[in-house]
Design a protein around this ligand. Sequence first.
Ligand SMILES: NC(=O)c1ccc[n+]([C@@H]2O[C@H](COP(=O)([O-])OP(=O)(O)OC[C@H]3O[C@@H](n4cnc5c(N)ncnc54)[C@H](O)[C@@H]3O)[C@@H](O)[C@H]2O)c1
Length: 258
Amino acid sequence: MSNRTQNKVVIITGGAQGIGFGCAEMLAREGAQVVIADINVEKGEAAATAIRVQGGEAVFRRVDVLKESDCAALADFAYQHYGQLHGLINNVGYYARVSLEQTTTELWDLYLNLNLRSAFYCCKFAIPYMQKSGSGSIINIGSIHGIQPASNIVAYGVAKGGLLSLTRSLAGTYAADRIRANYIIPGWVLSESEIALHEGLGLPEAELRAKGPSLPLGRHQTPQDTGHTAVFLISDESAQITGTIFHIDAGATTLPLR
Ligand SMILES: NC(=O)c1ccc[n+]([C@@H]2O[C@H](COP(=O)([O-])OP(=O)(O)OC[C@H]3O[C@@H](n4cnc5c(N)ncnc54)[C@H](O)[C@@H]3O)[C@@H](O)[C@H]2O)c1
Protein backbone atom coordinates (compact mmCIF):
# COMPACT_ATOMS: atom_id res chain seq x y z
CA MET A 1 0.00 0.00 0.00
CA SER A 2 1.34 3.44 -0.94
CA ASN A 3 -1.61 5.63 0.11
CA ARG A 4 -2.36 6.85 -3.40
CA THR A 5 -5.97 7.64 -2.42
CA GLN A 6 -5.32 8.51 1.22
CA ASN A 7 -8.32 10.29 2.83
CA LYS A 8 -10.31 10.42 -0.41
CA VAL A 9 -13.98 9.79 0.34
CA VAL A 10 -15.50 7.78 -2.50
CA ILE A 11 -19.02 6.48 -3.19
CA ILE A 12 -19.25 3.31 -5.28
CA THR A 13 -22.68 2.31 -6.52
CA GLY A 14 -23.20 -1.41 -6.92
CA GLY A 15 -20.13 -1.90 -4.74
CA ALA A 16 -21.31 -5.09 -3.05
CA GLN A 17 -19.85 -7.43 -5.66
CA GLY A 18 -18.18 -7.69 -9.07
CA ILE A 19 -16.39 -4.71 -10.59
CA GLY A 20 -17.80 -2.31 -7.99
CA PHE A 21 -16.34 -4.34 -5.14
CA GLY A 22 -13.02 -4.66 -6.99
CA CYS A 23 -12.85 -0.86 -7.16
CA ALA A 24 -13.85 -0.47 -3.50
CA GLU A 25 -11.24 -2.98 -2.37
CA MET A 26 -8.39 -1.41 -4.35
CA LEU A 27 -9.31 2.13 -3.33
CA ALA A 28 -9.52 1.20 0.37
CA ARG A 29 -6.17 -0.56 0.08
CA GLU A 30 -4.70 2.76 -1.06
CA GLY A 31 -6.20 4.64 1.88
CA ALA A 32 -9.60 5.80 0.59
CA GLN A 33 -12.69 5.90 2.79
CA VAL A 34 -15.30 4.11 0.72
CA VAL A 35 -19.08 4.16 0.83
CA ILE A 36 -20.46 0.96 -0.66
CA ALA A 37 -23.91 1.81 -2.02
CA ASP A 38 -25.98 -1.17 -3.06
CA ILE A 39 -29.52 -2.52 -3.04
CA ASN A 40 -28.32 -5.86 -1.63
CA VAL A 41 -28.01 -5.37 2.12
CA GLU A 42 -26.48 -8.74 2.97
CA LYS A 43 -23.75 -8.56 0.33
CA GLY A 44 -23.18 -4.85 0.89
CA GLU A 45 -22.62 -5.29 4.62
CA ALA A 46 -20.34 -8.27 3.94
CA ALA A 47 -18.32 -6.25 1.41
CA ALA A 48 -17.77 -3.36 3.83
CA THR A 49 -16.84 -5.80 6.60
CA ALA A 50 -14.35 -7.60 4.33
CA ILE A 51 -12.60 -4.29 3.60
CA ARG A 52 -12.47 -3.35 7.28
CA VAL A 53 -11.07 -6.79 8.15
CA GLN A 54 -8.26 -6.11 5.63
CA GLY A 55 -7.51 -2.87 7.51
CA GLY A 56 -9.35 -0.52 5.15
CA GLU A 57 -12.11 1.99 5.86
CA ALA A 58 -15.56 1.25 4.44
CA VAL A 59 -19.19 1.71 5.29
CA PHE A 60 -22.30 0.29 3.65
CA ARG A 61 -25.41 2.26 2.69
CA ARG A 62 -28.54 0.60 1.27
CA VAL A 63 -29.53 2.46 -1.89
CA ASP A 64 -31.79 1.82 -4.85
CA VAL A 65 -30.21 3.96 -7.58
CA LEU A 66 -33.50 3.96 -9.48
CA LYS A 67 -34.88 6.23 -6.74
CA GLU A 68 -33.88 9.89 -6.78
CA SER A 69 -34.52 10.27 -3.03
CA ASP A 70 -32.16 7.35 -2.25
CA CYS A 71 -29.38 8.93 -4.34
CA ALA A 72 -29.86 12.27 -2.59
CA ALA A 73 -29.75 10.57 0.81
CA LEU A 74 -26.61 8.67 -0.25
CA ALA A 75 -24.65 11.84 -1.00
CA ASP A 76 -25.87 13.44 2.27
CA PHE A 77 -24.85 10.32 4.18
CA ALA A 78 -21.34 10.12 2.66
CA TYR A 79 -20.63 13.80 3.35
CA GLN A 80 -22.00 13.70 6.89
CA HIS A 81 -20.26 10.42 7.74
CA TYR A 82 -16.78 11.35 6.50
CA GLY A 83 -17.01 15.17 6.38
CA GLN A 84 -15.95 15.38 2.70
CA LEU A 85 -16.72 13.82 -0.68
CA HIS A 86 -14.12 13.47 -3.45
CA GLY A 87 -15.16 10.55 -5.60
CA LEU A 88 -18.17 8.87 -7.17
CA ILE A 89 -18.08 5.67 -9.20
CA ASN A 90 -21.31 5.12 -11.10
CA ASN A 91 -21.01 1.37 -11.51
CA VAL A 92 -24.53 -0.07 -11.30
CA GLY A 93 -25.49 -1.50 -14.65
CA TYR A 94 -27.01 -4.50 -16.29
CA TYR A 95 -27.91 -5.82 -19.71
CA ALA A 96 -29.65 -8.68 -21.48
CA ARG A 97 -29.29 -9.97 -24.99
CA VAL A 98 -32.49 -8.89 -26.69
CA SER A 99 -33.07 -7.55 -30.18
CA LEU A 100 -34.77 -4.23 -30.80
CA GLU A 101 -38.01 -6.03 -31.75
CA GLN A 102 -37.97 -7.98 -28.47
CA THR A 103 -37.28 -4.91 -26.35
CA THR A 104 -40.47 -3.94 -24.54
CA THR A 105 -41.03 -0.40 -23.28
CA GLU A 106 -40.51 -1.73 -19.75
CA LEU A 107 -37.13 -3.26 -20.66
CA TRP A 108 -36.06 -0.10 -22.52
CA ASP A 109 -36.90 2.03 -19.48
CA LEU A 110 -35.19 -0.39 -17.09
CA TYR A 111 -31.87 -0.44 -18.97
CA LEU A 112 -31.90 3.30 -19.59
CA ASN A 113 -32.72 4.00 -15.94
CA LEU A 114 -30.33 1.49 -14.40
CA ASN A 115 -27.34 2.38 -16.58
CA LEU A 116 -27.89 6.10 -17.18
CA ARG A 117 -30.55 7.82 -15.08
CA SER A 118 -28.94 6.39 -11.93
CA ALA A 119 -25.68 8.18 -12.80
CA PHE A 120 -27.52 11.44 -13.42
CA TYR A 121 -29.14 11.20 -9.97
CA CYS A 122 -25.90 10.35 -8.18
CA CYS A 123 -23.93 13.11 -9.94
CA LYS A 124 -26.64 15.68 -9.28
CA PHE A 125 -26.46 15.14 -5.53
CA ALA A 126 -22.74 14.35 -5.15
CA ILE A 127 -21.35 17.32 -7.12
CA PRO A 128 -22.40 20.04 -4.61
CA TYR A 129 -20.51 18.13 -1.90
CA MET A 130 -17.45 17.76 -4.18
CA GLN A 131 -17.59 21.52 -4.73
CA LYS A 132 -17.60 22.02 -0.94
CA SER A 133 -14.69 19.56 -0.64
CA GLY A 134 -12.59 21.50 -3.18
CA SER A 135 -12.29 18.85 -5.91
CA GLY A 136 -13.78 15.63 -7.20
CA SER A 137 -13.40 12.70 -9.56
CA ILE A 138 -16.37 10.94 -11.16
CA ILE A 139 -15.86 7.59 -12.85
CA ASN A 140 -18.61 6.22 -15.04
CA ILE A 141 -18.36 2.50 -15.69
CA GLY A 142 -19.27 2.18 -19.33
CA SER A 143 -19.06 -0.56 -21.88
CA ILE A 144 -17.67 -1.33 -25.27
CA HIS A 145 -21.33 -1.30 -26.33
CA GLY A 146 -21.43 2.42 -25.53
CA ILE A 147 -19.12 3.10 -28.48
CA GLN A 148 -19.61 0.03 -30.68
CA PRO A 149 -23.21 -1.01 -31.33
CA ALA A 150 -24.32 -4.65 -31.09
CA SER A 151 -27.59 -5.64 -32.73
CA ASN A 152 -28.89 -7.64 -29.75
CA ILE A 153 -27.90 -5.27 -26.92
CA VAL A 154 -29.57 -2.09 -28.11
CA ALA A 155 -31.03 -0.43 -25.00
CA TYR A 156 -27.89 -1.12 -22.96
CA GLY A 157 -25.70 0.30 -25.72
CA VAL A 158 -27.83 3.43 -25.97
CA ALA A 159 -27.67 3.89 -22.19
CA LYS A 160 -23.89 3.40 -22.05
CA GLY A 161 -23.49 5.76 -25.04
CA GLY A 162 -25.54 8.31 -23.10
CA LEU A 163 -23.29 7.73 -20.10
CA LEU A 164 -20.27 8.66 -22.23
CA SER A 165 -22.04 11.84 -23.30
CA LEU A 166 -22.85 12.60 -19.66
CA THR A 167 -19.17 12.05 -18.80
CA ARG A 168 -17.99 14.57 -21.38
CA SER A 169 -20.68 17.04 -20.36
CA LEU A 170 -19.64 16.80 -16.69
CA ALA A 171 -15.97 17.18 -17.60
CA GLY A 172 -16.58 20.42 -19.48
CA THR A 173 -19.07 21.86 -17.03
CA TYR A 174 -17.23 21.25 -13.76
CA ALA A 175 -13.55 21.58 -14.71
CA ALA A 176 -13.43 25.02 -13.09
CA ASP A 177 -14.48 23.35 -9.81
CA ARG A 178 -11.61 20.84 -10.18
CA ILE A 179 -14.21 18.11 -10.65
CA ARG A 180 -13.14 15.59 -13.28
CA ALA A 181 -15.18 12.90 -15.04
CA ASN A 182 -13.89 9.89 -16.94
CA TYR A 183 -15.37 6.78 -18.55
CA ILE A 184 -13.97 3.29 -18.10
CA ILE A 185 -14.64 0.46 -20.52
CA PRO A 186 -13.94 -2.77 -18.62
CA GLY A 187 -13.11 -5.98 -20.39
CA TRP A 188 -14.92 -9.25 -19.87
CA VAL A 189 -15.32 -9.92 -16.14
CA LEU A 190 -17.04 -13.13 -15.05
CA SER A 191 -19.12 -11.48 -12.35
CA GLU A 192 -22.08 -13.29 -10.82
CA SER A 193 -24.53 -11.54 -13.13
CA GLU A 194 -22.38 -12.28 -16.19
CA ILE A 195 -22.22 -15.98 -15.31
CA ALA A 196 -25.98 -16.10 -14.63
CA LEU A 197 -26.76 -14.34 -17.91
CA HIS A 198 -24.73 -16.83 -19.95
CA GLU A 199 -26.13 -19.80 -18.05
CA GLY A 200 -29.58 -18.46 -19.01
CA LEU A 201 -28.41 -18.53 -22.64
CA GLY A 202 -27.33 -22.16 -22.27
CA LEU A 203 -23.60 -21.60 -21.70
CA PRO A 204 -22.47 -23.23 -18.44
CA GLU A 205 -19.89 -21.52 -16.23
CA ALA A 206 -17.16 -24.08 -17.00
CA GLU A 207 -17.47 -23.44 -20.76
CA LEU A 208 -17.47 -19.70 -20.16
CA ARG A 209 -14.27 -19.94 -18.11
CA ALA A 210 -12.66 -22.13 -20.77
CA LYS A 211 -12.81 -19.18 -23.19
CA GLY A 212 -10.26 -17.21 -21.13
CA PRO A 213 -7.05 -18.43 -22.83
CA SER A 214 -8.39 -17.53 -26.28
CA LEU A 215 -9.05 -13.89 -25.33
CA PRO A 216 -6.56 -11.29 -26.72
CA LEU A 217 -4.47 -11.05 -23.53
CA GLY A 218 -5.04 -14.65 -22.51
CA ARG A 219 -7.57 -14.45 -19.69
CA HIS A 220 -10.85 -13.03 -18.46
CA GLN A 221 -10.46 -9.90 -16.41
CA THR A 222 -10.77 -9.56 -12.69
CA PRO A 223 -12.68 -6.76 -10.95
CA GLN A 224 -9.29 -5.60 -9.66
CA ASP A 225 -8.14 -4.89 -13.25
CA THR A 226 -10.73 -2.10 -13.33
CA GLY A 227 -9.94 -1.24 -9.70
CA HIS A 228 -6.33 -0.34 -10.60
CA THR A 229 -7.56 2.29 -13.05
CA ALA A 230 -10.13 3.54 -10.54
CA VAL A 231 -7.29 4.15 -8.04
CA PHE A 232 -5.39 6.18 -10.66
CA LEU A 233 -8.47 8.22 -11.62
CA ILE A 234 -9.50 8.98 -8.03
CA SER A 235 -5.92 9.85 -7.03
CA ASP A 236 -4.24 13.20 -7.71
CA GLU A 237 -1.93 11.41 -10.19
CA SER A 238 -4.70 11.99 -12.76
CA ALA A 239 -5.37 15.62 -11.76
CA GLN A 240 -5.09 16.79 -15.39
CA ILE A 241 -7.17 14.00 -16.94
CA THR A 242 -10.86 14.54 -17.63
CA GLY A 243 -13.48 13.73 -20.28
CA THR A 244 -11.53 10.67 -21.39
CA ILE A 245 -12.28 7.03 -22.18
CA PHE A 246 -10.11 4.40 -20.48
CA HIS A 247 -10.11 1.12 -22.36
CA ILE A 248 -9.43 -1.66 -19.85
CA ASP A 249 -10.72 -4.06 -22.46
CA ALA A 250 -7.57 -6.10 -23.06
CA GLY A 251 -7.35 -4.97 -26.66
CA ALA A 252 -10.86 -6.08 -27.62
CA THR A 253 -11.42 -2.95 -29.74
CA THR A 254 -8.14 -3.45 -31.61
CA LEU A 255 -9.04 -6.83 -33.06
CA PRO A 256 -9.31 -6.90 -36.85
CA LEU A 257 -12.91 -7.35 -38.00
CA ARG A 258 -13.66 -10.84 -39.29
N1 LIG B 1 -18.97 -7.91 -16.21
C1 LIG B 1 -18.49 -7.48 -17.36
O1 LIG B 1 -17.90 -8.23 -18.14
C2 LIG B 1 -18.67 -6.02 -17.74
C3 LIG B 1 -18.08 -5.58 -18.92
C4 LIG B 1 -18.22 -4.25 -19.28
C5 LIG B 1 -18.93 -3.38 -18.48
N2 LIG B 1 -19.50 -3.84 -17.34
C6 LIG B 1 -20.24 -2.87 -16.50
O2 LIG B 1 -19.65 -2.88 -15.21
C7 LIG B 1 -20.64 -2.61 -14.23
C8 LIG B 1 -20.63 -3.69 -13.16
O3 LIG B 1 -20.83 -4.93 -13.76
P1 LIG B 1 -20.72 -6.31 -12.92
O4 LIG B 1 -20.73 -7.38 -13.91
O5 LIG B 1 -19.63 -6.19 -11.93
O6 LIG B 1 -22.14 -6.25 -12.16
P2 LIG B 1 -22.77 -7.19 -11.00
O7 LIG B 1 -24.12 -7.56 -11.49
O8 LIG B 1 -21.82 -8.25 -10.57
O9 LIG B 1 -22.93 -6.16 -9.80
C9 LIG B 1 -23.87 -5.12 -9.86
C10 LIG B 1 -24.16 -4.63 -8.45
O10 LIG B 1 -25.17 -3.61 -8.56
C11 LIG B 1 -26.15 -3.81 -7.56
N3 LIG B 1 -27.43 -3.23 -8.00
C12 LIG B 1 -28.26 -3.70 -8.97
N4 LIG B 1 -29.35 -2.91 -9.06
C13 LIG B 1 -29.19 -1.91 -8.15
C14 LIG B 1 -29.97 -0.80 -7.78
N5 LIG B 1 -31.16 -0.54 -8.37
N6 LIG B 1 -29.53 0.03 -6.81
C15 LIG B 1 -28.33 -0.22 -6.20
N7 LIG B 1 -27.54 -1.28 -6.50
C16 LIG B 1 -27.97 -2.12 -7.47
C17 LIG B 1 -26.21 -5.33 -7.38
O11 LIG B 1 -26.78 -5.69 -6.14
C18 LIG B 1 -24.74 -5.71 -7.53
O12 LIG B 1 -24.08 -5.67 -6.27
C19 LIG B 1 -21.96 -2.49 -14.98
O13 LIG B 1 -22.23 -1.13 -15.22
C20 LIG B 1 -21.70 -3.22 -16.28
O14 LIG B 1 -22.51 -2.74 -17.32
C21 LIG B 1 -19.39 -5.15 -16.95
